[in-house]
Design a protein around this ligand. Structure first.
Ligand SMILES: [Zn+2]
Length: 160
C-alpha cells in the first residue's frame, strides 16, 4: 500500500491566506486592511496556482497597483510563488462592503466613512453639521470637509 502525500500539503486554505493578507492595507489609509475595505473577494487554488480575486474601489484607482504588489509581497514572504491576482469589476465595489471594524478604524483615524445618504458626520465630534470644502482631498479617494460645530477640517472617504 502506498501512502500518498496529500496533494494540498503545501497549499494553505483560504482562511489561512486571508489571515496572512490582514497585514495588507490600503496604501492611502494604513488603518484599513483590504479585508476591512471589502476589496478582497476570493482566494482559490487553481491547480498549483493561488488565485486572488480583488475588486478595485474604482476603476483606475492608482492605489490598486500598490495593493496588488503588497498582496504579492505578503504571499511570497510566506513561500507562495505561483500567484495570480485577478480583478473583478462586476459586481462593482461598493462602500457598503467596508466592514464595521473598517468603518470604526476610519473614524478613529479622523476620516469620515462613506455614507449612502444623509450627512457626512464629523469624525471628531460626530456632528452632522458639515460642509464640503473641496471635492478633492489629500488623495483622489477623499474629499475635504469642514465641521461647522468643532470647526475641524477632515477627510471624507468618497470611493463608491
Ligand atoms: Zn466636529
Amino acid at each position: 500500500m502506498c501512502a500518498s502525500r496529500p496533494a494540498q500539503a503545501h497549499q494553505p486554505d483560504a482562511d489561512t491566506v486571508r489571515g496572512w493578507l490582514a497585514v495588507v492595507t490600503d496604501p492611502e489609509i494604513p488603518v484599513l486592511s483590504l479585508e476591512d475595505l471589502g476589496v478582497l473577494r476570493a482566494i482559490e487554488w487553481r491547480g498549483d496556482t493561488l488565485e486572488i480575486t480583488i475588486s478595485p474601489t474604482y476603476t483606475g484607482c492608482p492605489a490598486m497597483d500598490r495593493m496588488r504588489a503588497d498582496i504579492e509581497a505578503a504571499l511570497r514572504a510566506r513561500g507562495l510563488q505561483k500567484l495570480r491576482i485577478k480583478e473583478q469589476l462586476d459586481p462593482p465595489w461598493s462602500s457598503d462592503w467596508i466592514s464595521p471594524a473598517g468603518r470604526a478604524a476610519l473614524q478613529a483615524w479622523g476620516v469620515a466613512p462613506p455614507v449612502r445618504s444623509g450627512s457626512v458626520r464629523c469624525p471628531q465630534c460626530g456632528s452632522a453639521h458639515t460642509t464640503c470644502i473641496s471635492r478633492f482631498g489629500s488623495t483622489a479617494c477623499k474629499a475635504l470637509y469642514k465641521c461647522e460645530d468643532c470647526l475641524e477640517p477632515f477627510d471624507y472617504f468618497k470611493c463608491h
